[in-house]
Design a protein around this ligand. Structure first.
Ligand code: FAD
Length: 293
């Protein structure tokens, strides 16, 4: 089923996973996906080479998850290290695997790879290829409440986000953020500039101070001062950080729910417990089959 059809009928819950580097670690991923599936996600997604991780296994894990028939699946696809022919082949493979949902991304240049001239430059190039060669995909795109680190200014950033909609993106998922004001102000600007498609906030329950500082440095999201001070106190205690992360994500989502969001996308970091705790705090448990925000 196309995710946009789900979004048209209800608020969604989704979980993002990253495929392991080695085939031998696949059973562990499937176990994690299985455990989180008891929370009845509307869809799960699998990254493509994010943070230097593998790109090879994305189609395979997406296919396996789709075969399980427990939830919808969205495959991530980045285009910066591919030319058009390679992209078409990947899309054909996803079609054969019955994958109906793709998040079309540019990606970041992989460290071990040189980019050749015929490689695609922007997510919009990928969206164009999907739209003009395939009719079977619902397409998502990325957006940035604090604006993409390479954007010259917020006007350009919104302009290129709008271009994703114009080229055929059905909905957007945000980069992780910790200050809801950034999301709400981005959403307001987006609407003012003609963006009408759903914008799903991406939420990451923090589990390690050092890790989140590394992530935010890479992706350009900021950690609010007060949260950062608390994180400093538990810099060597991931258990304490995890508790703080669960509490923070719960409060963040409660406030977002009051502001009419179309769903929540969890950056699960392949861990079950934090997301599970947040969902339980929000009143969604194994016993609650339908999550209505
Ligand atoms: P683009 O939309 O191409 O934007 C990149 C920059 O170029 C921005 O500054 C934008 O304003 C500008 N721009 C956009 N279009 C144009 C244009 N047509 N002309 C000129 N400038 C333009 N990375 C991975 O490697 N794998 C993943 O699986 C992955 N999943 C992600 C999922 C989500 C929900 C998000 C938010 C990010 C994800 N990323 C992933 C990270 C993403 O690849 C990076 O943030 C990357 O730097 C930008 O990707 P994009 O698709 O937003 O690029």
């Amino acid at each position: 089923m196309k995710i946009i059809d789900i979004l048209n009928s209800k608020k969604t819950i989704s979980f993002e996973f990253f495929p392991p580097k080695r085939d031998s670690d696949l059973p562990r991923l499937y176990e994690t996906v299985d455990r989180l599936s008891t929370y009845n996600p509307d869809f799960v997604s699998f990254t493509y080479g994010a943070g230097g991780n593998t790109r090879q296994l994305t189609t395979q894990v997406s296919k396996e998850a789709k075969l399980s028939d427990k939830f919808e699946v969205m495959s991530h696809l980045t285009c910066i290290a591919h030319n058009k022919t390679e992209i078409i082949n990947i899309l054909k493979n996803l079609t054969l695997s019955n994958i109906e949902n793709i998040i079309a991304l540019r990606g970041d240049t992989p460290k071990d790879m040189t980019i050749s001239k015929d490689n695609l430059k922007h997510a919009t190039d990928l969206i164009e290829i999907i739209k003009s060669n395939f009719s079977n995909f619902c397409i998502a795109g990325a957006c940035y409440p604090e604006f993409h680190p390479e954007s010259n200014n917020s006007v350009d950033d919104i302009k290129f986000t709008k271009l994703k909609q114009d080229k055929g993106v059905d909905f957007l998922i945000t980069q992780l953020f910790f200050d809801n004001k950034d999301f709400l102000s981005f959403k307001e600007k987006a609407i003012k500039n003609g963006i009408t498609i759903p914008i799903i906030p991406g939420i990451l329950p923090i589990t390690s101070t050092k890790q989140i500082r590394r992530f935010t440095k890479l992706c350009g999201s900021k950690i609010p001062l007060k949260l950062n001070e608390k994180l400093e106190n538990s810099i060597n205690n991931d258990k304490e950080t995890t508790k703080l992360g669960i509490e923070y994500a719960t409060n963040q989502i409660l406030e977002l729910i009051d502001n009419d969001i179309p769903g929540i996308h969890f950056y699960s970091l392949n861990k079950t417990s934090s997301v599970g705790h947040v969902l339980n705090n929000l009143g969604i448990s194994n016993q609650t089959p339908e999550y209505i925000i």
